[in-house]
Ligand binder design. Sequence first.
Ligand code: KG4
Ligand code: ZN
Length: 344
Amino acid sequence: MPKKTIILGIESSCDDTSAAVLEDGYILSNVMASQDVHRQYGGVIPELASRAHQQNIVPCVSEALRRADMKMSDVDAIAFTRGPGLLGSLLVGTSFAKGLSISSGKPLVEVNHLQGHILSHFIKEYGKENRSPSFPFLALLVSGGHTQIVKVNDYLSFELLGHTIDDAVGEAFDKCAKLLGLGYPGGPVIDKLAKEGNPDAMRFAKPNIPGLDYSFSGIKTSLLYYLRAELEKDPDFIEKNKADICASFMKDLIDILMKKLILAAKQTGIRQIAIGGGVSANSALRKRIVEEGEKRGWETFIPEIKFTTDNAAMIAIVGHYKYLQGLTSSLDVAPISRAAEYNG
Ligand code: KG4
Ligand code: ZN
């Protein structure tokens, strides 16, 4: 029997430190350490994030190897997130991966974090059905830092069809939560509160951007002005209407996302539709994609919740396909913080 490909993945782009081991694309372990320290500040503090990564990375990697029952000598390659993300955070993962590569003699494979979110649909688990999209498919990538529609032609061939020209949709969720005093990260709290509210109680300004691009700064401002005006009339407005505001704002955000996704599907004729990234954990978005899919004859792919947030299994799966194609990185590889500058 041919030897199985073993990839160790390391993720440290934002505020989650994670390490995973994959065997021919099957998960053997996926260990995560998230950082609660940012909650009290209402957002990720880069300096604190890098410090926490430094503390977490060694225990995470050893635990991932231990759970997988593997030693470094069993590993074929070390896949790590090169970017995009917070530079200080990325530096911790990159430096650690390099050190490990030198000490173990195993090759390095750099991974684009966004491709990780997209390819998370190809991570396999023993004993599960493991559905994955066929090529080409459309991926709606929605996270705290990015909002994109990507045409995926093959494991490592991506075409950006549209992206946000200002804020990411996750930022809109987080900003709304901040205005309502709900803490950080905002998405999960809004999602929960929205379940008790009326999604048609109020409407906010929708963007009018041509083509497949997105914009979320206008709707954020629209919410801000709306709340200001209402609070002048009634200082308890937010307290009394929290659930309705959440439900309505969330519906508008999802409408904006769906409008361009539907357009992209029409323009390309592609009916394999996948979502990924932190915001793909949103219950209403997950429901809408399935409903639209049934209506429009799409085959839809919704990641399990555990693969929506940043995790190293998604980095390892990209590493797996890159390694199979011989795409390893040299030891002088440096992190790249911005997506626009990183197409690898
Ligand atoms: O992909 P991710 O974990 O980190 C980035 O790469 O940015 O995404 C984090 C984002 C945050 O903005 C968070 O509020 C949002 O995902 N999020 C959600 C939900 N869970 C997380 N947004 C809406 N509904 C959710 N259930
Ligand atoms: Zn992410």
